[in-house]
Design a protein around this ligand. Structure first.
Ligand SMILES: Cc1cc2nc3c(=O)[nH]c(=O)nc-3n(C[C@H](O)[C@H](O)[C@H](O)COP(=O)(O)O)c2cc1C
Length: 369
């Protein structure tokens, strides 16, 4: 049986070999300065048979950090090191976008330049914890961004997009999901501003559209995608009317010639877990409002992915945890082969264990034989 997932698709200027997207996956295996390593090169090279790889969330500026050893795109050393990753993916026939990240309040002074408070739309603390070099701690109390600081943050998104292209990425994905900075502006549980960036939907989505426009101005709309997560609970984020909010946003994203819209299904919980048995309900609702390629994510396996493509609710499907443990996931789906189980314990630990040592089907067979 030929799978829809394995048929080609056009995304911006690129003809992708298949409709399987490797979801962005933070793995905390870069240096403490946010520089990718040889291990990162190998990890992405192994997974280049995905039609599109979206990189792990990558910091636009030092102030955006909320997890140790995550990569960035602000320094020359980072750009040079990313070049090795993107070249390896391209040599293996793949495509890769960089996910642009600022965590906002999901941080702690121990992760911030000069030990300062993390910044956010409002001084409303996230609930939950983060890892720091000194151990796991509660998220720190953020300070509200001053109105005149916001253009600087917007500019940093544009600069990071430009540097991503310089580093050989095929495009960028705006990380507007999972309760991070852009999402904090969107959702009224985290945004109590009374200026042009708070209150009505138009104001709360202003930061998203400004950062998007900065990236588009830097690299062109056809190289810019965006990720959203309606009903998300990361860091205790909430909104009084999440569907109205996200429908408003998606309507505003249409007509811009963007590379794609990437949406995490509300059934997905932090850490990639999801509510068993819950149907995908974001794609049927949001996909009709958008006019470009739509990527559905969150809790998909081979059959669920085929189903959502067949229903016409998505053009591509992203896989997170299955790509962690199966570097050759497209082949395994194509031939309906068993999947390697993933090991949650090594999601964020240093070194190759659980990162570059999951075998392909061929390697597993060779080892067994
Ligand atoms: C270890 C891990 C790291 C993740 N890192 C990111 C990230 O950097 N950016 C992001 O948007 N989502 C991130 N996610 C969410 C995934 O991209 C994906 O949406 C989630 O795992 C659900 O998809 P799945 O059911 O196919 O795993 C992460 C998930 C996991 C398990």
């Amino acid at each position: 049986m030929s799978l829809r997932l394995l048929s080609p698709v056009q995304v911006g200027p690129y003809r992708l070999a298949n409709r399987m997207v490797m979801a962005p996956l933070t793995r905390s295996r870069s240096t403490s300065d946010g520089v990718p390593t040889a291990l990162n090169v190998e990890h992405y090279r192994q997974r280049a048979s995905a039609g599109l790889i979206v990189s792990e969330a990558t910091l636009i500026a030092p102030q955006g950090r909320g997890t140790p050893d995550t990569p960035g795109l602000w320094s020359d050393a980072q750009v040079e090191a990313w070049k090795a990753v993107t070249a390896a993916v391209h040599e293996a026939g793949g495509r890769i976008f960089a996910q642009l990240w600022h965590v906002g309040r999901q941080s702690h002074p121990a992760l911030q330049p000069a030990g300062e408070a993390p910044v956010a739309p409002s001084a409303i603390q996230a609930t939950g914890q983060c890892r720091t070099p000194e151990g796991v701690v509660d998220f720190g109390a953020p300070r509200a961004l001053e109105l005149d600081e916001i253009p600087g943050v917007v500019e940093a998104y544009g600069r990071a997009a430009e540097r991503a292209i310089e580093a050989g990425f095929d495009g960028v994905e705006m990380h507007a999901a999972n309760g991070y900075l852009i999402d904090q502006f969107l959702q009224d549980g985290a945004n109590a501003r009374t200026d042009a960036y708070g209150g009505p939907l138009e104001n709360r989505s202003r930061f998203l559209f400004e950062t998007l426009e900065a990236a588009v101005a830097a690299v062109g709309a056809e190289r810019v995608g965006i990720r959203l997560s309606p009903h998300n609970v990361h860091g205790g984020i909430s909104d009084s009317d999440p569907w109205a909010l996200h429908e408003h946003v998606v309507q505003g994203l249409a007509g811009r010639g963007l590379a794609y819209l990437h949406v995490i299904e509300p059934r997905t919980l932090p850490g990639g877990r999801h509510r068993e048995g819950e149907a995908a309900n974001a794609a049927p609702r949001l996909r009709p409002l958008f006019d470009g390629p739509y990527i559905a994510a969150g809790g998909f396996g081979r059959d669920g992915a085929e189903e959502i493509l067949a229903q016409g609710h998505a053009d591509m499907v992203a896989f997170g945890r299955w790509f962690i443990s199966n570097p050759d996931l497209p082949r395994r789906f194509a031939e309906d082969l068993p999947l390697n189980p993933y090991d949650r314990k090594t999601f964020y630990t240093p070194g190759p264990g659980g990162y570059t040592d999951y075998p392909t089907w061929e390697e597993a067979g060779a080892a067994a034989g």
